[in-house]
Design a protein around this ligand. Structure first.
Ligand SMILES: [Zn+2]
Ligand SMILES: [Zn+2]
Length: 280
């Protein structure tokens, strides 16, 4: 399949439960993401669709969320995560991804990049959000896709635009580093925007650090839908990775799940609280 063929991607098998698109694959019995213990196969059994079918009945909503543009599929489809567009000199960075692409969304992105920079890179925190990333990359003109090398076995598609990074920290732009936040997945990653949207900077955490409903704490789970918490060793490793990072805001995967202001102190308090819970 040609790497720039958006139309062909839109007709490839996509999993109804997690939204992952499999452009290269034979139609599989079961989606590898969903058959993993962290996820689940839909209660009706494995079902497949295509992003074209889903896009015919859904829209992509753009919202300003505490100073950052978010994109989400409405009505909600599959996991229901949001993606972010982060303005940078040289073009926006798309953090996370969605299971559908629409012409209306592409037009809106073109309006947002009136300076001509467009989207310069896509980066994704972990396999639950790979979604339709090849279709997005193609639709945006062949944009590089940054994924953590530790999750390479989860990448069931090939593309000349894939860029695997490793180490604790990877410089994506002058103001953005990708940071390794292992636990939920071995390669779980965050995006550290050192200078925005406010001067204290922000950490986009995917599912690695999940903002709790009170928006004063985060939690750390190996599986969210199946409710399996992170154990003490994995927690200690994650805490070591977060310690050197400076940020005042956190944005996690789902709508409204952010802590605006004092977020680093809230994360430190969250590690203390979680460890107390583990110790009973
Ligand atoms: Zn799936
Ligand atoms: Zn996840």
């Amino acid at each position: 399949m040609k790497a720039n063929n958006r139309l062909a991607f839109s007709r490839a098998p996509s999993c109804v439960t997690c939204g992952t698109q499999y452009p290269e694959a034979e139609r599989m019995d079961v989606c590898p993401v969903c058959s993993d213990e962290r996820q689940y196969v839909g209660w009706e059994g494995q079902r497949w669709t295509t992003s074209a079918e889903v896009a015919a009945q859904h829209e992509i909503r753009f919202e300003d969320c505490a100073g950052v543009t978010t994109l989400s599929v409405t009505p909600s489809f599959a996991i229901g995560q949001r993606a972010f567009l982060i303005p940078q000199a040289g073009g926006m960075v798309m953090w996370e991804c969605l299971p559908i692409v629409t012409d209306a969304a592409l037009e809106r992105i073109a309006e947002l990049s009136a300076d001509g920079g467009g989207v310069q890179a896509i980066a994704i925190s972990h396999p639950h959000f790979y979604s339709a990333v090849l279709e997005w990359s193609a639709a945006l003109g062949g944009v590089p896709i940054y994924l953590n090398e530790a999750d390479e076995d989860w990448v069931r598609f090939d593309s000349p635009f894939l860029r695997f990074w490793d180490g604790d920290r990877f410089t994506l732009t002058d103001a953005i580093d990708l940071v390794h936040l292992p636990g939920h997945f071995d390669g779980s990653s965050g995006l550290l925007w050192k200078t925005g949207p406010r001067p204290g900077g922000s950490l986009f955490t995917g599912d690695a650090l999940m903002v709790a409903m009170d928006r004063r704490f985060v939690s750390f789970m190996w599986s969210y839908p199946n409710m399996v918490p992170l154990g003490p060793k994995a927690l200690a490793r994650l805490e070591r990775m977060v310690a050197p990072l400076a940020f005042s805001d956190i944005y996690s995967s789902f709508a409204g799940r952010e802590i605006i202001g004092d977020a680093k102190a809230r994360v430190e308090a969250s590690f203390v609280r979680y460890k107390a819970a583990l110790e009973g």
